[in-house]
Design a protein around this ligand. Structure first.
Ligand code: SAM
Ligand code: SF4
Length: 334
């Protein structure tokens, strides 16, 4: 089959799959503090349905997968899904994004199932600020998770830190120092308008350029690393002394939509051509209509292709036209 190309000539080979909308913490920029209504179990795709969807997507050129959520480690039997997906011919890369609260218990099993790439979400090394951001007191468990992952030796281990202005300025440098010490790349992600309570505004975004200035001043000069993959969202730098790397996902100050190669499947089986998309395509209904057959697979492939064809040029965060997506981050899958 021909690859998934949209009307702006972008080729889509990177699928992010949310395996649950549940989470064990409550980051304020993602979830509401209380009263979260999770999807009923029967509305969440089964492993068989996810695997079937991926097998179809692979025939259309998908090569990279990332499992996310909600918190993916809350999904029972996740190592089984990792085993199934990494065995699919054509999948070259399988990664997981986690808050690491449950990682110490699960890391070995995930590694044994074939997982090699891990992104751990941690915004601060300060226990009190962790509590303030996540509304839970799990900093110690996250640190245990990171230590366990380091001990096991995941070849790719990165930390995702969400950069919110007037909140995490004091964390930017300590995180980079921690990364330098342990060989972990820190990826700073500009706060995006995907929070459940609509608190985002431009003034709350800690900008990549400001973080680069802080790191340069406090630690030393940074050298941009020439783009290995120009479609990767992060701009990466290494410290000029050769010790450590940092990356910046500047979705707000430097949108990278024109290089986007990503498509998404939510835990309840909705296909999205963009994190910020307003429209979704219901794949669950297609996955559950009729038995798997070349014809029903074709119907799913057609729906994927149509959605990619409809993909917009990009989010309009920096214009008055911007409309936040109807679902917050935890329901989409970051
Ligand atoms: N629970 C896992 C975690 O926290 O890593 C996976 C799902 S979470 C939605 C995926 C990533 O989204 C997180 O690593 C976090 O860095 C990022 N994120 C969540 N809300 C965000 C926001 N409003 N702006 C920018 N990044 C956000
Ligand atoms: Fe949970 Fe991840 Fe959202 Fe934080 S960012 S509330 S860990 S899903």
């Amino acid at each position: 089959m021909t690859p998934l190309i949209d009307t702006f000539d972008r080729v889509h080979d990177n699928l992010r799959i949310s395996v649950t909308d549940r989470c064990n913490i409550r980051c304020f920029y993602c979830m509401p503090e209380e009263g979260v209504k999770f999807q009923p179990r029967e509305e969440i795709l089964t492993f068989e349905e996810i695997e079937r969807f991926v097998r179809i997507a692979v025939t259309m050129g998908v090569r990279k997968l990332r499992l996310t959520g909600g918190e993916p480690l809350l999904r029972k039997g996740l190592p089984d899904l990792i085993r199934r997906l990494s065995a699919i011919d054509g999948i070259q890369d399988l990664a997981l994004t986690t808050n690491a609260v449950l990682l110490a218990e699960q890391a070995q099993e995930l590694y044994d199932a074939g997982l090699r790439r891990l992104n751990i979400h941690l915004d601060t090394l300060d226990r009190e600020r962790f509590k303030q951001i996540t509304r839970r007191d799990d900093f110690g468990r996250v640190m245990n998770g990171i230590e366990t992952a380091l001990r096991i030796g995941f070849p790719v281990l990165k930390i995702n830190a969400v950069a919110v202005k007037n909140l995490v300025e004091a964390d930017i440098v300590p995180l980079a120092r921690f990364g330098r010490e342990h060989g972990i790349e820190i990826r700073y992600i500009e706060f995006m308008p995907l929070d459940a309570q609509g608190i985002w505004d431009h003034g709350k975004v800690l900008l990549a350029d400001d973080m680069i200035a802080m790191l340069t001043r406090e630690i030393g000069p940074l050298r941009e690393i020439p783009d290995g993959d120009p479609r990767a969202p992060a701009t990466e730098y290494e410290f000029a002394d050769g010790k450590g790397r940092v990356g910046f996902i500047a979705s707000v100050s430097k949108p990278f939509c024109l290089n986007c190669n990503r498509i998404r499947l939510t835990a309840d089986g909705k296909f999205r051509y963009c994190l910020f998309a307003i429209d979704e395509t219901d794949m669950r209904v297609l996955l559950r209509t009729g038995a798997p057959s070349p014809e029903t697979d074709q119907a799913i492939a057609n729906a994927i292709r149509q959605s990619v064809k409809d993909k917009w040029i990009g989010h309009q965060i920096n214009t008055s036209k911007f409309v936040p997506p109807p679902r917050p981050m935890y329901q989409i899958g970051g």
